[in-house]
Design a protein around this ligand. Structure first.
Ligand SMILES: Nc1c(C(=O)O)ncn1[C@@H]1O[C@H](COP(=O)(O)O)[C@@H](O)[C@H]1O
Length: 163
């Protein structure tokens, strides 16, 4: 069986509407991934086990989305040497500032590549993971070049929408 290259983790099923955008973008880039609910707070044993085994399963990059007291990305980073990308989920109470600050302020020695709050961060997480994989995989690099070209065309064509 061919291993999935990316793991998309989220603290709760309530994060899915955001993290779905990560998965959709990974699909468009042709990157194999697995998605899982893992919570540092609610599933500490499973979190540790996942972090410790991820590299042996063939995973190369971990994306972790969490909201509020968002300890999941940092705790995964504590348990693996794989790169971890953090997605702060937008919250109703504090608009995701709680998530952002919980993820971004890691102590030296356990980095989490923290993206922006919400949907853009979720989409960018997939693109950033692809860029990491694209360092050595020409096929991924080609998909990224095509994505940039699509975005460029869309921006140029958007001028036609001026009133
Ligand atoms: N931040 C964390 C962690 C964690 O970091 O371990 N586990 C769940 N959560 C977050 O709690 C929020 C509310 O979750 P529920 O809707 O399940 O109560 C979610 O955004 C989730 O990511």
């Amino acid at each position: 069986m061919v291993a999935n290259e990316v793991a998309v983790l989220m603290g709760s099923i309530s994060d899915w509407s955001t993290m779905k955008l990560t998965c959709e973008q990974l699909e468009k880039l042709g990157i194999s991934f697995e998605k899982k609910i893992i919570s540092a707070h609610r599933m500490p044993n499973e979190l540790q086990e996942f972090g410790e085994n991820a590299r042996n399963k063939g995973i190369k990059v971990i994306i972790a989305g969490a909201g509020g007291a968002a300890h999941l990305p940092g705790m995964i980073a504590a348990n693996t040497t794989l790169p971890v990308i953090g997605v702060p989920i937008k919250t109703r109470t504090l608009n995701g500032m709680d998530s952002l600050l919980s993820i971004v302020q890691m102590p030296a020695g356990a980095p989490v590549a923290t993206l922006s709050i919400g949907d853009a961060g979720a989409k960018n997480a997939a693109i950033l993971a692809a860029q990491m994989l694209g360092i050595t995989q020409t096929s991924v690099q080609e998909k990224l070049i095509a994505l940039k070209e699509t975005q460029r065309q869309a921006a140029i064509e958007s001028e036609a929408r001026f009133d």
